[in-house]
Design a protein around this ligand. Structure first.
Ligand code: NAD
Ligand code: DAU
Length: 341
């Protein structure tokens, strides 16, 4: 039996990972360790909360005592670290929590994992560590690190701390770097769930700049399968890129969403750009294909349609997460942008 600690498991990817892994592998128990920030929602795990292979502990990965305690209490042997501040726009408004969790928290986890003799540690990183591409080319695992936002810089720092632990201490750590995820349970601050939920409420869709920035979209289930493959068969120091081979401009994606939702293009608003906005991401995931036998299985068409259907069927989930502090964030991020259009 693998005794796995998943950090940040109440967020978007972590909760999809836990549900998927418990169904996929009867030989794993999962302890979910999550601070429950604005992005952490225990409701995302309602379907597994009664499982005898699942436990939850609320805690902060930068609190060494709590991390030590949970590793000992459950005799944890493996860790997947999803816990992070994950939104680029929020890192531009205030980068402090990004440094605290993404850098400080990751180092605490590594230190505690080493002291407690953890066998395997997967750091869930991002393609944003590579910076931005022009019109051509793809990021490989050997692309130099050149992060552009405070979020990306904090994730890069965490990758380098993990690399140093592998080099210095022989720490059994691996890194995954994935492109933009989409799917159910994504917090509606990110492009796809924000635009779906705004469109459903007949609210404007704020497209940054001219909408020509390109992202490489991957369904969250494909990312989860990749992380599990690295957890099972990665070697210390390994780095694997994951991507969906589905490049699309933001404006192209926005039009597709409006079509699926049967809403008019008059909802589109071009608003002032994100400062330092990366132009294009594209992922070369051939190393994962060759070494892990992994490949993306969900086509963008089918994945986007099922994601839209999920948001249509879960309007109460959306209403609950769009209340309270979300409204304050929305006003701070979009108030002036939309007022000045
Ligand atoms: P999310 O914002 O939806 O969830 C983050 C989770 O971490 C939340 O449950 C939150 O409560 C928890 N958390 C935050 N600070 C914590 C702390 N100090 N201690 C414990 N828990 C804490 O994020 P997501 O989109 O699910 O991303 C998960 C991970 O995947 C992140 O590390 C992110 O950098 C990485 N990633 C995300 C994407 C994407 O497209 N969303 C792509 C590649 C990599
Ligand atoms: O590439 C992986 C990264 O993808 C992850 O590491 C991050 O955690 C995740 O948030 C995501 O980052 P992005 O900044 O690419 O995602 P976001 O959904 O915020 O934006 C996607 C694109 O859409 C980006 O070009 C900015 C644009 N955008 C976004 C929002 C929220 C808009 O035009 N308008 C918006 O309101």
């Amino acid at each position: 039996m693998v005794r796995l600690l998943v950090t940040g498991g109440c967020g978007f990817i972590g909760s999809n990972f836990i549900r998927w892994l418990l169904a996929d592998d009867p030989n794993v128990t999962v302890v979910n360790f999550d601070k429950l920030t604005y992005a952490g929602n225990p409701e995302n795990l309602a379907s597994v909360s009664e499982s005898d292979r699942y436990d939850f502990r609320q805690g902060d990965i930068s609190d060494r005592d709590s991390v030590d305690e949970v590793l000992k209490e459950f005799s944890i042997d493996s860790i997947v670290n999803f816990a992070a501040e994950s939104h680029v726009d929020r890192s531009i408004l205030d980068s402090t929590p990004f440094v605290h969790t993404n850098i400080g928290g990751t180092q605490v986890l590594i230190d505690s994992a080493r002291t407690n003799g953890i066998d395997r540690f997967v750091q869930v990183s991002t393609d944003e560590v590579y910076g931005s591409l022009g019109d051509t080319g793809e990021f490989s695992e050997d692309t130099p690190l050149a992060p552009n936002s405070p979020y990306a810089a904090s994730k890069t720092a965490a990758d380098l701390l993990l690399r140093a632990a592998v080099h210095t201490h022989g720490f059994p750590g691996m890194i995954t770097r994935c492109s933009n995820n989409y799917g159910p349970y994504q917090f509606p601050e990110k492009l796809i769930p924000l635009f779906i939920s705004n469109a459903l409420q007949h609210q404007p869709l704020p497209v940054y700049g001219d909408g020509t920035n390109v992202r490489d979209w991957i369904h969250v289930d494909d990312h989860c399968r990749g992380i599990a493959a690295v957890l099972r068969s990665g070697e210390p120091g390994d780095i694997f890129n994951f991507g969906g081979r589905s490049e699309l401009s933001n404006i192209g994606l926005t039009r597709r969403l409006l079509e699926l939702l049967d809403r008019p293009e008059t909802l589109i608003r071009f608003v002032p750009d994100r400062p330092g906005h990366d132009k294009r991401y594209a992922i070369d995931c051939s190393r994962a294909e060759k070494m892990l036998g992994w490949k993306p299985l969900v086509s963008f068409e089918e994945g986007l349609k099922s994601t839209v259907d999920w948001y249509l069927q879960n309007s109460e989930w959306v209403d609950r997460v769009r209340s309270g502090a979300y409204r304050e964030y929305y006003e701070e991020q979009y108030g002036d942008r939309l007022a000045g259009e």
